[in-house]
Design a protein around this ligand. Structure first.
Ligand code: PLP
Ligand code: COI
Length: 337
């Protein structure tokens, strides 16, 4: 791509050449179709429009140091999409279908993979929706799986720089036994008002507390939360957070570096004891946090303004594996030919 300024990309939508689609009809998945239109045509009574039968994924493809095309942990995303589909009664896309669509959409849009060294990647957005018509509250009989791609830079415009986060108490993103552990559109609808308000009030994003007791940190709007102290990587265990693949990877990398790993409830007051805190996710990668302000109590937890040593080490190791600069000892990267 001649006229894309790769180094200045943010996290947004840029039109590419193709998306790929597969329809589930009459109880089975059909042929994969490559499509150059950005539009879809669906029935006005489709369940995705009325009853929220809508799940999505997000994964990244990197141009490696040696020029290869590297996709990070696709199988985990495919498995999570299956779990989301099970959670809201949608047709489950098989792993092989997911991989075939992924390889097709990446190959068809190869010219949009940012060159190595630009701090950018090709973001893949799989979307699964109920397209069959229902007026009663029932699952659809027909589904559409689309994979589209868009080249992206950092999610938080600062890149690997610390952001401020706001704890909100007047909004819950997900109920303890609700859909928080699935990547379904409704969770993001529930988060929108508080996320936008947080931005307007000067924060990079918001942190939600557990909805039942309002005592424990759950996660950020678009990312999981972690804290570092006493050579330990601590991250919340909760039934209402999305099981982040980045967080899963960081727990492993932390262990590899000799840190202890704890996945458990994290009470808000424990925030004052962490040496470093951050948000992590595919889009966010690792975003270190410089301050957390509780919107209701006004309490502020302050951290360093610059990324701390452990966040930096984890970030370098993760990105090193993704870009092929560091050996992929866990077999997380799949090379697309
Ligand atoms: N939590 C939420 C609510 C998210 O939307 C995301 C993004 O996918 C994450 C966490 C991070 O998950 P992952 O690391 O799998 O991208
Ligand atoms: C991701 O990190 O892939 C996400 O989906 C986060 C956000 C863009 C919703």
């Amino acid at each position: 791509m001649e006229n894309l300024d790769w180094g200045k990309l943010g996290f947004g939508y840029i039109k590419t050449d193709y998306n790929v689609r597969c329809y589930f009809r009459d109880g089975k998945w059909g042929e994969i179709e490559a499509c150059s239109s950005e539009e879809i045509s669906i029935h006005m009574a489709a369940t995705c429009l009325h009853y929220g039968q809508d799940a999505f994924e997000g994964l990244k493809v990197f141009r490696g140091k040696n020029g290869d095309i590297r996709v990070f942990r696709w199988e985990e995303n495919a498995k999570r999409l299956i779990s989301s589909a099970q959670g809201i009664l949608m047709a489950e896309p098989p792993l092989e279908l997911f991989l075939e669509m992924l390889e097709r959409v990446v190959n068809l849009n190869e010219r949009f993979i940012p060159p190595y060294g630009m701090g950018a990647s090709l973001y893949v957005r799989p979307l699964l929706i109920g397209t069959g018509a229902q007026v009663g509250v029932n699952p659809a009989k027909e589904y559409l799986l689309i994979l589209f791609v868009t080249p992206v830079g950092p999610y938080f415009k600062e890149g690997f720089k610390n952001v401020r986060m706001q704890i909100v108490r007047d909004v819950d993103r997900a109920a303890p036994l609700g859909t928080g552990r699935y990547k379904v559109g409704g969770n993001y609808a529930a988060s929108l008002s508080s996320v936008v308000r947080g931005h307007d009030e000067g924060f990079g994003s918001v942190l939600y507390l557990d909805a039942k007791e309002k005592k424990y940190i759950d996660e950020a709007g678009p990312a999981n939360f972690f804290g570092i102290k006493n050579n330990t990587y601590v991250t919340p265990d909760s039934t209402s957070i999305l099981p982040s693949i980045t967080n899963m990877s960081l727990r492993q990398l932390a262990q590899d570096m000799g840190l202890k790993v704890e996945q458990r409830h994290v009470p808000e007051e424990e925030l004052s004891t962490f040496e470093e805190v951050g948000a992590c996710g595919t889009a966010a990668v690792i975003t270190p946090i410089s301050e957390i302000v509780d919107r209701e109590t006004g309490h502020s937890f302050k951290y360093a303004a610059e990324p701390g040593p452990i966040c930096t080490k984890l970030y370098k190791q993760l990105q090193g594996i993704q870009y092929g600069e560091v050996e992929d000892t866990h077999g997380w990267v799949h090379i697309i030919k």
